[in-house]
Design a protein around this ligand. Structure first.
Ligand code: GLU
Length: 484
């Protein structure tokens, strides 16, 4: 049977990298064996829902390329079925009303903690006479419905990340299935919907691991098959704190890496990360991929091992993400790279120079902003030189640039010009290339100078050499540059 997985976000905010990784693992596990990847929006908690969050989640998944099968499943529209399950469990005698107040429960918890025991429901209402319970319920006394956990059993399952898991039911305690307002609990409907959607594998954050034994008991009581589970270690922010859908701020001075929502997929998209860089990075954070290349999604699904996950939490590493950005861009065909560079770049680069421009700047572009900067340098009459380049020019000898300019004839090729400049100035190595780069580009680093030179018009070459000469120091001293 092909695998059926799902991504089940609650629409309480923008999805961050940790959420995206959960979605990706489920997508990859499904595609790995030709199964299905379903999308379920867990929107039953109206108070925590954020306006627009569902649309934003769909947009983020689509941008990442994590296309889901079939229609989006909205949990809030499944109320009748959820209540049918409550009814079925009640009829089987698996639920009982609990009239304990919050205060009574808190006192019991505290007493257990003081005694060094794990807090669990002490079972106060488990033995209430049904007639008495009905009388209190009819008198409008608020109550929750609790699941009667069978005593003396061990619930076990093999987790794809954490291996063999066993929980003694005596440690679980009867848990709440519907709240006093009649609404079903989160983990209850979560398990019901997995069964209703035919989900066979649940990959999710290991913060949900403790829900699983309770969910297995519910599914068993209702006669539903249980899915397989993999509780993947959480992805932490760069400071080691868990990522949050609501803020993502790490409580430190705000920088690019930790500003509010820094890990939101939408922010990384706005920063110019390529979706394939994100998915290639994320697939390797606690996941196993049999390749060091940046792979398109379909190949990533083949190389991904859906049975192997690391057990310990991993921190976000922006160097790693940037590495995948580099590898991804290197593997992009020129058309795809051009499309990714975006409209502002398209508007600045002459159509006739497009291919040469892409070939020249490619190694120096990590974000669309870099591509735009090089478009200015190459195709603007007066690109703003960087401070460091200005400083270098100011320290240089004006005669160097004057001679470089007189060695230049319109249309002269780079190699021929360079040879002439070398002869005219006596400079070689860095003493030749550094000032030429600073003069021609206003930068100390950048693409191969021959490629840059070929894209500059003769007028721009002349004008930049003249500007460099005017910024540089007039020739002084006993050893003037050799004249041609
Ligand atoms: N709605 C839950 C969440 O966003 C999903 C938990 C699960 O995947 O089972 O954390």
């Amino acid at each position: 049977m092909p695998t059926v997985t799902r991504f089940a976000p609650s629409p309480t905010g923008q999805i961050h990298l940790g959420n995206a990784r959960t979605a990706l693992f489920n997508w990859l596990a499904a595609r790995h064996d030709g199964g299905k990847f379903l999308l379920r929006i867990e929107d039953t908690d109206a108070a925590r829902e954020m306006t627009g969050a569902t649309d934003a989640i769909l947009a983020d998944l689509a941008w990442l390329g994590l296309v889901w099968d079939g229609d989006v499943f909205h949990q809030s529209r499944q109320r009748a079925r959820h209540l049918d399950a409550v009814k079925a469990l009640t009829e089987k005698g698996r639920l009982y009303p609990c009239f304990c107040s919050e205060r009574t429960l808190a006192l019991a918890r505290r007493a257990q903690e003081r005694a060094g025991k794990p807090p669990r429901y002490p079972g106060t209402c488990a033995a209430l006479d049904p007639a008495e319970a009905a009388r209190r319920a009819n008198a409008d006394e608020p109550y929750t419905l609790r699941f009667r956990v069978p005593a003396g059993r061990i619930v076990s399952f093999v987790d794809r990340a954490h291996g063999e898991q066993s929980f003694a039911t005596d440690d679980i305690g009867d848990f709440v299935v519907t709240r006093s307002d009649g609404s079903p609990a989160f983990f209850f409907v979560n398990a019901l919907d997995d069964a209703a959607q035919g989900v066979s594998l649940v990959l999710r954050g290991d913060d949900h691991l403790s829900n699983t034994p309770r969910q297995l008991l519910i599914l068993e009581a209702l006669g539903h098959a249980a899915p397989e589970y993999g509780h993947v270690p959480l992805m932490l922010g760069s400071s080691g704190r868990p990522m949050s859908k609501r803020d993502g701020l790490d409580g430190e001075p705000e920088t690019r890496a930790n500003r509010a929502g820094a890990y939101a997929v939408s922010h990384l998209r706005d920063d110019g990360y390529h979706p394939l860089a994100l998915v290639n990075y994320l697939a390797r954070v606690a996941g196993h991929v049999d390749s060091v290349d940046a792979l398109p999604l379909a190949d990533l699904a083949r190389a991904f091992d859906p049975g192997k996950f690391a057990r310990s939490a991993a921190r976000f590493d922006s160097d790693q993400l940037d590495h995948w950005q580099r590898v991804t861009l290197d593997a992009l065909a020129p058309d795809a790279l051009w499309a990714w560079m975006g409209e502002p770049v398209h508007a600045r680069v002459p159509v006739t120079e497009r291919d040469a421009y892409i070939a020249v700047v490619r190694p120096n572009v990590l974000f669309p902003g870099d591509a735009l900067d090089w478009a200015f340098v190459l195709f603007d009459d007066n690109p703003m030189p960087q401070k460091a380049a200005v400083a270098l020019l100011q320290d240089a000898d004006a005669a160097f640039f004057e001679r470089a300019a007189s060695a230049y004839d319109d249309g002269l090729e780079w190699g021929a010009w360079l040879a002439k400049v070398k002869t005219a100035t006596g400079a070689k190595g860095p003493a030749l290339f550094k000032p030429l780069r600073a003069a021609l580009t206003g930068r100390l680093d950048g693409p191969d100078l021959a490629g840059v030179f070929a894209l500059l018009t003769p007028a721009r070459i002349r004008q930049r050499l003249a500007l460099a000469a005017s910024l540089a120091s007039p020739s002084v001293g006993a050893a003037p540059l050799r004249r041609e």
